[in-house]
Design a protein around this ligand. Structure first.
Ligand SMILES: Cc1cc2nc3c(=O)[nH]c(=O)nc-3n(C[C@H](O)[C@H](O)[C@H](O)COP(=O)(O)OP(=O)(O)OC[C@H]3O[C@@H](n4cnc5c(N)ncnc54)[C@H](O)[C@@H]3O)c2cc1C
Length: 376
């Protein structure tokens, strides 16, 4: 591989790197993807695979909705093992205060053309009879999807390879910038562009960016057909996902095609080791049982952790890196990188080819991180 020149070398074969490889290769660019591990082995292997439209900010909404539509378009091409299921999300309101949030969210989505339905307590129980009694209601978002992220990443990478992309696995990179990447053995690859898609490890190559690893735990149960029908998320999830300092847990459960139930979720800062932390795991499972008591009697078959890549302003970094015209970033997707991978790749390739992106891209440009650094 050394000595060969590529139009673009992509650092990282997670779902974001795979989606970028697919976009670039389909535009006949000479692409190489390098990963120290296998395809979809980082956060992509750990993620829940909830393709979810979100409304924390206009920029977050635009990216999640655009990407959700790209997943909808891709659906017919996805192989069966991607397990694409449009089960919908229900945001569960425990009390009247959270019902106010349901109504606010509903108005936000309706105004922007996303179908949603406000559920009262009885309708919620009909749709999800295993939720505990006494819930106030919820918001059904029927176009949200779940899929299996490692197989989705593999599909995108294989499609890129069919269009000529080269994939190099088991190779760690030590440097990436100024039109070349350096491998662990000291060899270099020359290229016109580099895309840093190294997820939670992106700052190892671009140390100027401020990125934190945000650890998460998930548990998957044995098979319980019919127990759960939608992805259920407590509205309190928003409070926990917003905390940028303290550890948090939230009720977030997902039905898998296998009839297994994927139980999340936790968020921790400063925990750099990937071992299971039993204290936060217990907190997470207690929270899940508060919402669905029947979960307590189920067998868990596996527990794992992963690292989200968190930026200070909770938006990803997508676009050119100021100061190095060969370097582009596609990272910092925190808990939404499966959802937003396709839109990330599309708006990155639009920026590079000079095409007009479908959504405004300013909010995601890495130049904002460079500005923050200058102020600091
Ligand atoms: C518990 C949990 C639940 C989640 N749930 C969801 C969800 O439901 N929906 C959603 O949209 N998102 C979810 N996410 C977020 C999502 O998983 C990530 O945002 C997404 O996988 C990021 O993809 P990526 O390609 O940027 O990074 P990664 O998948 O981490 O890929 C980065 C790649 O870079 C490689 N790499 C790093 N350093 C080097 C090096 N020096 N040399 C070579 N290669 C290197 C790694 O090996 C890795 O393969 C969740 C995350 C977690 C942790």
């Amino acid at each position: 591989m050394s000595g060969t020149s590529y139009d673009v070398v992509i650092v990282g074969a997670g779902i974001v790197g795979a989606a970028c490889a697919d976009e670039f290769a389909r535009r006949r660019m000479r692409v190489a993807v390098v990963d120290r591990d296998i395809v979809g082995s980082g956060a992509t292997a750990a993620g829940m695979g909830h393709i979810v439209v979100m409304d924390d900010s206009e920029a977050q909404f635009a990216l999640t909705r655009y990407s959700q539509k790209l997943w909808q378009e891709l659906r017919v091409e996805l192989p069966d093992d991607v397990e694409y299921e449009q089960c919908g999300t229900i945001w569960v309101a425990a009390d009247e205060e959270e019902m106010n949030e349901v109504r606010r969210k509903h108005a936000f989505y309706v105004e922007r053309g996303v179908p949603t339905k406000v559920l009262d307590a009885e309708q919620l129980t009909q749709l999800e009879p295993n939720l505990r009694g006494g819930m106030a209601g919820g918001l059904l978002v029927p176009e949200d999807v779940v899929l299996y992220p490692p197989c989705a990443a593999r599909f995108l990478m294989e499609r890129a390879q069919k269009h000529g992309a080269e994939l190099r696995l088991g190779i760690a990179l030590t440097e990436a910038g100024r039109g070349r990447v350096r491998l662990g053995d000291g060899k270099e690859i020359a290229c016109g562009m580099i895309v840093n898609a190294a997820g939670a490890w992106a700052a190892e190559f671009t140390p100027e960016i401020e990125m934190k690893k945000r650890k998460g735990h998930l548990v998957i149960t044995d098979r319980y057909p019919g127990f759960l029908r939608h992805q259920l998320v407590e509205l309190g999830y928003l409070k926990s996902a917003h905390s940028v300092t303290s550890d948090s847990v939230a009720f977030n459960v997902q039905p898998r095609r296998t009839s297994q139930i994927l139980i999340g979720s936790s968020r921790q800062y400063g925990a750099e080791h990937k071992e299971v932390d039993h204290a936060i795991l217990s907190r997470m499972l207690r929270r899940a049982q508060e919402y669905m008591p029947g979960l307590g009697a189920m067998s868990a078959v596996r527990t794992w952790t992963g690292f989200r890549a968190a930026t200070p302003d909770k938006l990803p970094l997508i676009g050119p890196w100021p100061g190095d015209e060969s370097l582009f970033l596609a990272t910092g997707h925190e808990g939404l990188g499966i959802t937003t991978s396709l839109a990330t790749a599309r708006i990155l390739v639009d920026q590079i080819t000079g095409a007009k992106p479908e959504i405004p891209v300013e909010a995601y440009l890495p130049s904002r991180a460079a500005k923050e650094m200058t102020h600091v």
